[in-house]
Design a protein around this ligand. Structure first.
Ligand code: PLP
Length: 515
């Protein structure tokens, strides 16, 4: 099958995989989706069950990237290289958290930066390099017609380091990550600033996270600058990230199949912010993986939880002004969930439209209402259809802390220390388990970060507990060693676009000299 990609808002232009990945966001503001959701080979349950993570990834990638675009042998190498950087042979192991309750954790934090974003960004970095090497074949070093990508991004924590580790040392790619001075945790800052590769530039901006994001948007909007330096993004709306995440739902399914020795009916519970992680589960299910349920777990930024209750997708509650709540699970602190648009396209297409074009028009209308009025409402039949695919739970900060403490103190869980994002999902899973006691279903909570990255919440929960020590029980040696390593960063003393542009130009010139 030859896959093409089109925007959720127009469905006019059909792009190749490479174009969709390099462009990221469609010019009409929409997100790229595949022209068809791939179907699995009939014998996938027997044929795929013993594959390694990288082999399984190759099988899934090949259903969305045609052979003419990336030959299979190249895909195999890309997948093998991308997952060789993980500390676990299983890449994303599924481990029991509480056997009596049939509760499992899908650990997604064994990559270089100890957070789930590595699973996608290790692959995306190699993919960018692959495309550029191909485009630049036969061109001289530093030739003016060489294709380059200058990735510019803002981070309040996890995305920045995962992007840096995905792109470090990649040929013809430079990466600039902006973060607000003093507002990311010391560990997260050190993870970024100890990367010394010449193509990596970490910029501490005196300002807020919103200032940083505004600067990134202005850089993209500056047409002349953008055309000259080929500004690129690796944010969570990029299709390649969703695609790479589909693999771990399959891998987890096969792990359960082997360890539980019986009927597997997994209910995946996913700590959700921008809806990228759980959307990959939706694609896995639509492809034919027998997933029983997908449960969205939100923190106080609960736009999705409110949507599934009322059908209103609304930035704020009632007449209050829209506000992002600062919670103990900061990687999920969002106002709207950008990837939800992809799911809404399927809802519109299957329930309200008879062509792709009509579905695009509906999405266009909803998204412009969101922009102008701060909300939109979906019809009753569309909401009913959406509820067949997902359900939702909300977890407060207080419940997050209690969950970390209760799990640690529960003898069935062997002193397991949850990170606060994972705790949001575990709390949701435990609520479901309590509500339906006679089920043989497996609950799999997705574990999105190592607890050492979020010491505030973990220590709030566990400080003073008999025998507990953050240094000894939670902090990996790698993090301890990092504190003494050489660092580099650039300081921008005001959030100013001209200042940022001059930093980018200077740094790129320095890179060329050392190349
Ligand atoms: C990004 C992130 C999430 C949220 O994932 P989405 O794909 O945005 O829903 C949850 N937990 C951690 C630790 C993250 O870094």
């Amino acid at each position: 099958m030859s896959q093409k990609y089109f925007s959720t808002r127009t469905s006019k232009d059909h792009l190749s995989f490479e174009e969709a990945v390099i462009e990221g966001l469609a010019p009409d503001g929409g997100l790229y989706i595949p022209s068809e959701i791939a179907k699995l080979p009939e014998d996938f349950l027997t044929k795929w069950k013993d594959l390694s993570f990288a082999q399984l990834a190759t099988e899934i990638l090949s259903l969305y990237i045609s052979e003419e675009e990336i030959p299979r042998a190249d895909l195999e190498k890309l997948a093998a290289r991308s997952y060789s950087t993980f500390r676990s042979d299983h890449v994303t192991p599924t481990v029991p958290l509480n056997k009596d309750k049939n509760l499992w954790l899908l650990e997604l934090f064994h990559g270089p930066t100890y957070a789930f974003k590595d699973v996608a960004l290790q692959f995306v970095g190699n993919l960018f390099e692959y495309f550029l090497v191909r485009r630049n074949a036969g061109k001289k070093e530093n030739a003016p017609d060489r294709d380059i990508i200058t990735v510019v991004g803002a981070t309040s924590g996890d995305t920045g380091s995962a992007a840096i580790y995905g792109l470090r040392n990649k040929k013809d790619v430079s990466v600039f990550i902006l973060y607000p001075t003093g507002r990311v945790s010391p560990i997260q800052e050190t993870q970024m600033t100890t990367v010394l590769d010449s193509n990596v530039h970490t910029i501490s901006v005196k300002g807020t996270f919103d200032d940083c994001q505004d600067l990134v948007k202005q850089t993209f909007a500056d047409k002349e600058f953008n055309e000259k330096y080929h500004i690129g993004a690796v944010n969570s709306i990029n299709w390649a990230r969703i695609l790479a995440q589909i693999t771990y739902y399959f891998y987890s399914y096969f792990t359960l199949l082997k360890t539980t020795d019986g009927k597997v009916t997994p209910r995946f519970v996913v700590p959700t912010g921008n809806f990228g992680d759980i959307l990959a589960g939706f694609y896995a299910k639509r492809m034919g993986l027998p997933i029983d349920q997908l449960v969205i777990a939100t923190n106080d930024n609960d736009i999705l939880h409110r949507f599934f209750q009322s059908g209103d997708y609304s930035k704020s509650v009632g007449d209050a002004a829209p506000v992002v709540h600062a919670t103990l699970s900061p990687a999920m602190d969002i106002l709207v969930s950008s990837n939800f648009e992809r799911f809404l396209w399927y809802v519109a297409r299957e329930n309200l439209a008879s062509t792709n074009e009509e579905a695009g028009a509906i999405l266009n209308k909803w998204m412009s209402e969101l922009k102008t009025k701060g909300k939109f409402h979906v019809p009753e039949n569309a909401l009913a259809a959406a509820r067949k695919e997902f359900s939702s739970e909300h977890t407060s900060d207080k419940e997050t802390v209690e969950t970390i403490r209760n799990v640690y103190n529960d003898p069935a869980s062997g002193k397991y220390v949850l990170d606060p994002h994972t705790a949001v999902a575990v709390h949701a899973a435990l609520a479901r388990i309590a509500a339906n006691s006679n089920t043989s279903a497996q609950y799999v909570a997705l574990s999105t970060a190592h607890p050492a990255k979020f010491s505030e919440a973990v220590n709030l929960a566990l400080q003073g507990t008999d025998g507990y020590s953050f240094e000894a029980d939670v902090l990996p040696d790698e993090f301890k060693e990092m504190q003494t390593k050489e660092t580099k960063k650039i300081f921008a003393d005001k959030p100013d676009i001209e200042l940022l542009k001059s930093i980018i130009v200077d740094e790129l010139a320095k890179e060329k000299k050392t190349a």
